[in-house]
Design a protein around this ligand. Structure first.
Ligand code: FES
Ligand code: FES
Length: 155
């Protein structure tokens, strides 16, 4: 199976019904996507497929050939983070951090399809991403910052 991930083409030796998450983590050493529920319900495993957020634990690789897959690693680097990643760093929006992959990927997908979302759009985009630490307030604020909805007070 040939997969394009973060702009690189990989020939993967795995059964067609293997979940994309396992191939990303186990074969390609891309550990940004996390295993949470394994049932498509929590969002920890999210990746972008053709710019749309998708839950890689629930997607067999046979549906991914010829698609443009981007993981958290493909968004930016430590030196040059994506603006969404930078916003999460700025807000220090995490406790354990396990859910952040999904939060950042979902925010990125939102901003790709709607560069000027409303607060309601941001809330809706994160609605089905779970955070067991209860860091939602900081996470939503980071997503708002990425969306340009956080304006710093002027001196
Ligand atoms: S691990 Fe994929 S949605 Fe929870
Ligand atoms: S910060 Fe721990 S699960 Fe969200």
């Amino acid at each position: 199976m040939r997969l394009t991930v973060n702009g690189r083409v990989h020939d993967v030796d795995a059964a067609p019904d293997t979940a994309l998450l396992y191939v990303l983590r186990n074969d390609l050493a891309l550990n940004g996507p996390k295993y949470g529920c394994g049932l498509g319900e929590c969002g920890a495993c999210a990746v972008l497929i053709d710019g749309v957020a998708a839950r890689s634990c629930a997607i067999p690789i046979q549906g991914c050939a010829g698609r443009d897959i981007v993981t958290l690693e493909g968004l930016g680097s430590r030196e040059h983070p994506d603006p969404v990643q930078a916003a999460f760093i700025e807000e220090q929006a995490a406790q354990c951090g396990y859910c952040l992959n999904g939060m950042i990927i979902s925010t990125k997908a939102l901003l790709t399809r709607n560069p000027h979302p409303s607060e309601a759009d941001v809330l809706e985009s994160l609605r089905y991403n779970l955070c067991r630490c209860g860091a939602h307030i900081e996470i939503v604020r980071a997503a708002m910052r990425a969306a340009g909805l956080v304006v710093e007070a002027q001196d």
